[in-house]
Design a protein. Structure first.
Length: 259
């Protein structure tokens, strides 16, 4: 952990840097209870979110009040696009400015980010670790901790269950989707997979590499990962959300331990 940050709050907050296995360094906010720590939580934002807004902003004060140490982690899909601080600036005339963000997100990178957060928490004490995630954070809370015996439980807030299923809705028809795949493959083959392709919905753009990564994902990976551990799972969503029926169906397919 590094320096104290100037948050106007009643609970101790520190800015932290978290090292990933592939050499990248992530940022986050560390919320430490004033009393004894009973539990630790890795808190993951949704796509386009970050560690200081949404659930990552309003949950930590409630958690620290009941003795839960919390790491709100900025995954590499935070915000929609941002210039990376870990590489020298590459002039725009060269055609490639190093950036990250939700538009460039690739599922395998998200799993590395979760493991980095878990490694930091596991080294802080013997208290049980819970992973909580909202939207795409709920997807990675499952796939990024699959089979990890350090995880005592998972909390999923309106979780994304597949990176592949929204694709047809983004492009409007199977023909348009096939044309987008062909375009993305050509860009990647030219070494320009970082280039953005426009969308008529969602966040309005996605990189060619990210589109192909989503298209190649196994639709079963989220549910298979959820079944890989018997740690308790608490899934919450609003009944008026568009995912209400799919979430109900997914919950119904989960195995229930025998007494």
């Amino acid at each position: 952990m590094s320096q104290q940050v100037g948050f106007a709050s009643a609970w101790p907050v520190k800015f932290v840097e978290v090292d990933c296995a592939d050499g990248r360094r992530l940022e986050g906010f560390w919320h430490e209870p004033s009393a004894d720590v009973s539990c630790q939580m890795l808190l993951l934002h949704g796509k386009g979110g970050n560690c200081y807004s949404g659930v990552c902003r309003f949950l930590p004060p409630a958690l620290t009040a009941i003795g839960v140490r919390t790491l709100a982690l900025n995954m590499r899909c935070h915000d929609l696009g941002y210039t990376r601080c870990d590489v020298p600036f590459v002039d725009i005339e060269e055609g490639h400015s190093p950036v990250d963000g939700g538009m460039w997100e690739e599922p395998e990178i998200g799993r590395l980010d979760v493991q980095a957060g878990l490694n930091l928490l596991a080294g802080m004490g013997k208290q049980p670790v819970v992973v909580a995630g909202h939207s795409s954070g709920g997807f990675y809370a499952v796939t990024g901790s699959a089979g990890d015996t350090r995880v005592a439980g998972r909390i999923l807030l309106s979780p994304l269950t597949s990176n592949r299923r929204p694709l047809s809705a983004w492009f409007g028809s199977q023909a348009a989707l096939a044309a987008a795949f062909e375009d993305a493959q050509a860009r990647v083959a030219r070494g320009r997979g970082y280039e953005l392709m426009t969308l008529g919905s969602w966040y309005h753009a996605i990189s060619a590499s990210s589109l192909l990564a989503r298209a190649s994902e196994d639709d079963r990976v989220w549910e298979d990962s959820l079944r890989s551990s018997w740690s308790p799972v608490w899934m919450l969503w609003g009944t008026k959300e568009s995912g209400n029926l799919p979430w109900q169906a997914a919950a119904g397919r989960m195995p229930v331990p025998k007494p």
